[in-house]
Design a protein around this ligand. Structure first.
Ligand code: WTA
Length: 652
């Protein structure tokens, strides 16, 4: 791996508010005197009652609170305070999927007025404080409005990515016991319509069959595509909007009241509803946004994530808007109508800060430098990445071609559960290494442990690797899994008791830099999206011809990791390409397009131990084409299974 240090450039120095020494001093203080450190930060937000207690948490038993006697409203912080200070300041610039469509611009005042109306619409539909509202939306400003409208009245939003299937949506509605949905007629991506309302209808039927009745659906008219409305249940936003009052007093919320649930995949079972509370999350999103991206008033910040993922929550909605920033929101995809779309949009809107995923960069860089060089990118001053480890080739390309060798890249490591960035460079302060997320953010104390949980000591000049844990809480930490606190404890705090286990492996180099190497659990990171192998397996076995399935990740040039599924069929069923295609369709219907396996390997048998346990280690090696490194196969019930699998792999 490349360990060249990219020193802080003149371009970076010109923008920085922090030096390496200041960072180190502030980080040391944040650990030595957390109360003092956080007391200095609470003024970033407007409170109805400022907190007197900072962190008050335990990880054994798990009970996490920050700012617990504070009273606050997130939507006020993201809207009114900026609208009142500067009526014309732009909050959202919206770029449509279709490059010829008109750009929408919403000032903070306009956004506030839309949100207050939508909040009143929710109240009119019967939504109360604490109710869960499912949001299933395309990337349009109304998605952000829907989230903030919930926050305004103290409802808890659960945004479900618009690429998930009816089955997945239904599962999330059921788990959250959500009686309200906000959706749109259709979305648009890459020139194609996505029938969101029709999928939501199907999900409602499924949820109803499982005992959860959706009482009201608020529908935004976006494409104008034909949909059907269910009487008494479905309501057009533009119709209700005309009837409800234009103002809505924000609900004063306790700091620890829930702000949102976001479902995310883990190593076992169904996706978990990760729950974030109000003040700690908002402060973390705000502080990390301003410092990691060194945001300056008036600049245009573009995060290419979808609001259906945590990155969209923290760095399209809550971080930027709580900081009074101008965000670009993009409905489309990087490859349509051509693979220069990102650069065309940066040029068109004079974007200053650009934050994307390594997978997008790898897909784009295949076409060389010309599509980038065709556009004027001189407005850019800072680049970022998130979602998966960035390989040095992609980092160097991003740095050289997009950043013209000058712009810092912030490689931000974090998770749905962390609320915002935890290990990340600070632009200007951190000399960069291609592929390293570098240093811990304020208040963060990472460590590496052996499989048995023993801490691995690091001293300057030595290099260590192990499983990444965190030793203390931070305000943006998730508080629980919705409806299942025991699962929260089990998942994150039991492998290494009293410590938070991230599920990632990492190494720390001789200079103290942190390098995240990827998941060490049964989670696959496909194009920066988390997918649980167990989820894909249960989708596959839903097909009537499937006896058993075992899913593993394998290295993929563009996606980072691809999905490789080994499947055994029921007796008497013939393997065929048509069946493999049908299995892919099943996964698409059960979960969504992002979970569809790259390879379906139909096999007569899976390698199992004598006690019947599938040996995934062997399956991973075969998927990786590493036949020489299968390790000990002597414990297999039938070692010849392995030869058949290798033959099957070679014949692909
Ligand atoms: C991975 C996305 C390396 C990691 C914000 C983590 C990364 C999982 C990075 C969380 C990065 C995220 N470098 N790996 N900069 N950022 N990851 O919950 O494996 O969708 O555990 O949150 O993505 O994915 P999630």
């Amino acid at each position: 791996m490349s360990e060249t240090i990219h020193p802080v450039t003149q371009a970076a120095l010109a923008i920085t508010r922090t030096t390496a020494e200041q960072y180190q001093a502030a980080h040391a203080r944040s650990l030595a005197d957390p109360d003092g450190f956080w007391r200095d930060q609470i003024g970033r937000l407007d409170w109805y009652r400022a907190p007197t207690v900072m962190g008050n948490w335990s990880w054994d038993p798990v009970d996490i609170k920050w700012f617990e006697d504070g009273v606050i409203n997130a939507s006020w912080n993201c809207l009114d305070r900026w609208a009142e200070a500067d009526h014309t300041r732009t909050a959202i610039i919206w770029e449509a999927d279709d490059p010829k469509a008109k750009t929408r611009r919403l000032s903070y005042a306009e956004l506030r007025d839309e949100v207050t109306r939508m909040a009143n619409a929710l109240v009119a539909l019967g939504v109360d404080k604490g109710d869960r509202v499912t949001i299933y939306m395309p990337m349009i400003p109304e998605a952000a409005m829907a989230m903030l409208a919930c926050a305004r009245i103290g409802a808890v939003h659960s945004v479900v990515f618009g690429g998930f299937s009816a089955e997945s949506l239904a599962g999330r509605i059921e788990d959250a016991q959500s009686r309200f949905i906000i959706t749109a007629d259709e979305g648009r991506r890459g020139g194609k319509p996505i029938p969101l309302k029709a999928i939501a209808d199907e999900a409602c039927d499924k949820a109803e069959a499982a005992g959860v009745n959706v009482e009201a659906m608020l529908v935004i008219r976006h494409t104008g595509g034909a949909i059907s409305m269910v009487e008494d249940r479905d309501h057009w936003w533009h119709e209700i909007r005309a009837e409800v009052p234009a103002t809505c007093t924000p609900e004063p919320m306790n700091a620890e009241d829930p702000l949102f649930i976001l479902y995310t995949s883990g190593s076992t079972g169904k996706p978990k509803g990760v729950l974030h509370s109000t003040a700690g999350y908002l402060l973390w999103a705000n502080l990390t946004f301003e410092t990691v991206f060194d945001y300056r008033a008036g600049e245009i910040f573009w995060c290419t994530a979808d609001v259906g993922w945590v990155t969209g929550h923290s760095y399209i909605v809550y971080g930027p808007l709580s900081a009074g920033a101008t965000v670009l929101m993009f409905e489309g995809v990087p490859s349509w109508p051509a693979n220069d779309r990102f650069w065309q949009v940066i040029d068109k809107h004079k974007v200053n800060i650009f934050y994307t995923a390594p997978t997008a960069l790898r897909a784009i860089m295949r076409d060389g430098d010309e599509p980038v060089n065709r556009h004027d990118l001189s407005s850019l001053r800072l680049l970022g990445t998130v979602g998966e480890p960035i390989n040095p080739e992609a980092w160097n390309w991003y740095h050289r071609v997009v950043g013209k060798g000058q712009l810092p890249i912030v490689d931000t490591w974090w998770q749905t559960e962390t609320g915002g960035a935890l290990i990340t460079p600070l632009p200007g302060a951190t000399p960069l290494k291609a592929g390293s997320a570098s240093w811990p953010f304020f208040g963060i104390e990472p460590a590496l442990v052996e499989a048995d949980g023993s801490l691995i000591a690091w001293t300057p000049g030595t290099e260590i690797s192990g499983n990444l844990v965190l030793l203390r809480s931070w305000p943006g930490q998730a508080r629980t899994v919705f409806g299942d606190h025991e699962r929260f404890t089990q998942t994150y705090f039991t492998a290494y008791r009293g410590r938070y286990f991230t599920g990632d492996g990492a190494r720390r180099d001789a200079d103290g830099y942190w390098w995240i190497t990827g998941r060490v659990d049964d989670v696959i990171n496909v194009s920066g999206h988390r997918m649980g192998t167990a989820e894909v397996e249960s989708a596959l076995v839903a097909h009537p011809d499937v006896a058993e399935a075992a899913v593993v990740g394998f290295p993929h040039d563009i996606k980072g990791q691809g999905i490789y599924a080994y499947v055994t069929l029921n007796a008497g069923v013939e393997a065929s390409d048509a069946l493999a295609a049908a299995l892919k369709a099943t996964v698409r219907a059960e979960i969504g397009g992002i979970a569809v396996p790259d390879h379906i390997h139909l096999t007569p048998a899976l390698p199992k131990t004598r006690s019947g346990k599938i040996m995934r280690r062997i399956l991973r090696k075969i998927a990786e084409n590493e036949f020489g490194a299968l390790g000990d196969t002597s414990t297999l019930a039938d070692p010849t299974v392995v030869d058949a699998l290798i033959e099957g792999r070679l014949n692909r």
